[in-house]
Design a binder for this molecule. Structure first.
Ligand code: AMP
Ligand code: MG
Length: 404
């Protein structure tokens, strides 16, 4: 059995970031940029007014005040989107709207709030300094400037920047399609009757949701009974995707068939079993050079094994740099009796308190009890060595509801 960190290292060594593809701008959100982006223009492209008001010669407004306004002649009305026709001379002003290009001759804009105007004349109640309320060409971005770097995660602001530099199509890391195969004779689908000996399939739905939250594409291969031929066929269809995740049948029971079938299909086994509770029987390997994870069937084991091992793999495929979730130290508010010499990963409830964080483990902590997981907002990583953790101990906590 290998340690959690060793297993994570083996996984990351065997996973490659996917190749780039060109997508429509709006399809690029939350993906990883696969090219450097340089601006094709100055932004803004021309000097323009930052305010609704009057463009003028600042020297004309010297000494203007509420008591002593200066009167200028209005020579033009200039909305955004139009170009100025007239040059501003001494004693003249152009009525200008936010975003309209600065007319020649003007070197400042007075806000409309400090003026009073008729159609022909404007009274200026405040002096304006040269350059006031003008946004200069290229003050945000210069032509040819590197605005976004390859490898960065595309946020709404970056979509806006890509639009500003005219990128209708963007090169991003391709999104992996992840096949999910669920196994177990006891499983029934939603909508089917839960007859004696049967339980509802929940793992497929949990896994689909975990994958979707990462920005990858889940593909449901369905349920296979604990039957060699059925599992073999479904593995064959699942392995066409970028990754295959199987659920159940990976322990040492008589009907735990997954490992043998994967091996017979040519699996290059990297590890089976990790020193962790829950999640121990997890398997990882490559089949046709595609990563395969086999997760234990217990719903909580499946979720935690996904968190610790599959999630980093998918994020690496997506080209993400933030592969591991944020961890913090928190004070344990209950005592924990560890039932194992493995690394225990407990479902926890974390809250922020004055001066730090407090965490308690949810009760109960059984691998089949999904209700505890619905209450948890973190995982407590108990050290491998100790048998008992006293309340008041600082423990390492993985935040589950951190940003994806
Ligand atoms: P296994 O890993 O196949 O031995 O399954 C361990 C336990 O998890 C058994 O009690 C199963 O009934 C349960 N289980 C397996 N697969 C699922 C599933 N897809 N949804 C809910 N529970 C499951
Ligand atoms: Mg089973």
């Amino acid at each position: 059995m290998i340690k959690v960190e060793n297993a994570q290292n083996i996984i990351l060594e065997n996973i490659e970031t996917l190749e780039a593809e060109k997508v429509d701008l709006l399809k690029a959100l939350s993906k990883v940029l696969a090219e450097d982006i340089h601006s094709d223009i100055n932004i803004p492209p021309f000097d323009n007014s930052a305010m609704d008001g009057f463009a003028l010669k600042s020297s004309d407004t010297k000494g203007a005040s509420q008591q002593n306004p200066i009167i200028l002649k209005i020579i033009e009305n200039l909305p955004a989107g139009k170009t100025p026709k007239n040059t501003i001379h001494k004693g003249e002003a152009t009525r200008i709207m936010t975003g309209a290009p600065m007319p020649l001759g003007g070197d400042g804009v007075i806000m409309v709030e400090y003026t009073e105007s008729t159609n022909n004349e404007v009274k200026i109640y405040k002096a304006v300094s040269s350059g006031k309320n003008i946004r200069l060409a290229g003050e945000d971005v210069k032509k040819k400037e590197l605005v976004l770097k390859k490898g960065s995660l595309i946020t709404p602001a970056k979509i806006g920047m890509l639009a500003s530099v005219g990128k209708e199509m963007v090169k991003v890391i391709r999104t992996p399609k992840i096949a999910i195969l669920t196994t177990g004779d006891e499983l029934v689908e939603l909508g089917e009757k839960v007859t004696p000996g049967k339980i509802r399939n929940s793992n497929t739905y949990t896994l689909i949701s975990q994958i979707t939250k990462l920005g990858a594409i889940p593909v449901n291969i369905g349920i296979a009974c604990d039957n060699i031929e059925e599992i073999r066929n479904k593995i064959r269809s699942g392995i066409q995707y970028d990754m295959l995740i199987t659920s159940g049948g990976i322990s040492v029971g008589d009907y735990d068939l997954i490992q043998d079938i994967l091996k017979e299909a040519g699996l290059n086994l990297k590890f089976w079993k990790v020193r962790v509770k829950p999640g121990k029987p997890i398997l990882f390997g490559l089949l046709n050079n595609k990563p395969v994870f086999s997760l234990p069937g217990y719903p909580v084991s499946s979720m935690i094994a996904f968190e610790l091992f599959v999630r980093p793999a998918i994020l690496k495929m997506l080209g993400r740099k933030d592969i591991f979730r944020k961890t913090i130290l928190a004070t344990l508010t209950n005592s924990i009796d560890k039932k194992t010499d493995r690394r225990q990963c407990l479902m926890g409830i974390l809250k922020e308190v004055k001066g730090g964080y407090e965490v308690s483990s949810t009760l109960p902590q059984e691998a089949g009890m999904l209700k505890s997981m619905t209450l948890a907002n973190c995982l407590i990583l108990a050290p491998q060595e100790c048998a008992h953790i006293h309340h008041g101990t600082l423990v390492k906590v993985i935040l589950l509801n951190d940003k994806e």
